[in-house]
Ligand binder design. Structure first.
Ligand code: PHE
Length: 347
């Protein structure tokens, strides 16, 4: 029996030395120490021993069990450490590798210009307002003193929704003048940017959808001088102190007097010629038309319940695309709407 125990111990120690994984070690534990294990089998034979031999063998068996257990624990710890080591090695994280940069987009050049214009007007005390693109003909035309039969009401120019021509896609942001004046009392000082629609074929300078920015200021003693001051301030801030503007008489049914504002061509500096050739940017005009404006017509004020004897005001409507074209120095409007990232990334 003594030899049996010694043999078990030797076999167990050798096997444990070689075992590497927790699973192998568990297998060995069962084999040597388990209920049906080899050590237990030997202990079951104790009954056959003499009373003197029994405690001696018992002690020896316990010692063998203790040694095997100790070795088992030691090997378990080693296997665990090795497994951890292997896991750490396989999951190694190199914190020195440079990160992947995230590609951030940016505002569309048109939105950049719009934001800049809005900021400048907000700085002058204007409030930004928004209104419907699907508009009533009443607001788009009638209340703006544009009579029945006026060419701009023509079906070939305007997108109508109804057979009676009463609902349409607004052709200008000017109906916002009416919407604001009907709902607010002077002093009024607003800016209304937004989309407008006209039945135009798309070409270098036309698009069936484009953007306007409407401005409206109503108070006592407002004059054309205030209009000029606001617009010249805007242009110099946008295009630099050297920007040269001119105001030209014009006609709009809803303003009186009316004007258009042009900016001197940045390419030919007003000469209309570049290197002896007709300037391609202004087509030889020397000037680029930027907006329509004027003093709000007394009839329009009256129609909105504002006393034209007491109050006066100015309005202007500028084309955002025009402003953006000047800023981005492009000469084809379609580039702005194509959304080609190679174009957009330049701004
Ligand atoms: N709505 C006019 C247009 O689209 C521009 C304008 C606005 C003129 C305000 C005068 C006053 O041409």
């Amino acid at each position: 029996m003594k030899e049996q125990l010694a043999q078990i111990k030797q076999q167990a120690m050798e096997a444990l030395q070689q075992a590497q994984t927790p699973a192998q070690l568990e297998e060995l534990r069962v084999r040597f120490l388990g209920k049906k294990g080899e050590l237990t089998a030997v202990l079951k034979q104790m009954g056959k021993l003499s009373p003197e031999e029994r405690p001696v063998m018992g002690q020896l068996a316990n010692a063998v069990r203790a040694e095997i257990e100790e070795m088992l624990e030691k090997q378990k710890a080693a296997a665990h450490a090795a497994a951890l080591e292997a896991k750490l090695a396989s999951e190694a994280l190199d914190v020195t590798i440079p990160g992947k940069s995230v590609v951030l987009g940016h505002a569309h050049p048109m939105n950049q210009v719009l934001q800049q214009i809005k900021d400048l007007f907000v700085g002058m005390g204007y409030q930004i307002v928004d209104g419907p693109e699907v508009e009533l003909a009443d607001y788009n035309f009638t209340k703006l003193n544009i009579e029945e039969g006026h060419p701009s009401r023509d079906r070939s120019d305007t997108f109508y929704f109804t057979d009676d021509d009463s609902v349409l896609l607004r052709t200008q942001t000017s109906p916002m003048q009416i919407r604001v004046m009907e709902n607010a009392k002077p002093p009024i000082c607003i800016l209304a940017p937004g989309r407008v629609y006209r039945k135009d074929e798309a070409d270098a300078t036309h698009s069936p959808m484009f953007h306007q920015i409407e401005g409206l200021v109503i108070d006592e003693h407002i004059t054309m001088g205030d209009l000029k001051g606001a617009l010249v301030t805007l242009m110099k801030k946008l295009y630099g102190e050297e920007a040269v503007m001119r105001f030209r008489p014009h006609h709009f049914p809803f303003t009186e007097p009316s004007c258009e504002m042009d900016m001197q061509c940045h390419k030919c500096h007003g000469t209309g010629e570049v290197d002896g050739q007709v300037c391609s940017t202004c087509h030889g005009e020397g000037w680029i038309e930027l907006l329509g404006a004027g003093m709000v017509h007394p009839k329009v004020l009256e129609g909105c319940g504002i006393d034209p004897e007491k109050y006066s005001g100015f309005a202007f409507g500028m084309g955002l695309e025009r402003m953006a074209m000047r800023r981005t120095r492009i000469n084809d409007l379609r580039l702005i709407f194509d959304n080609d990232v190679r174009f957009l990334n330049q701004f």
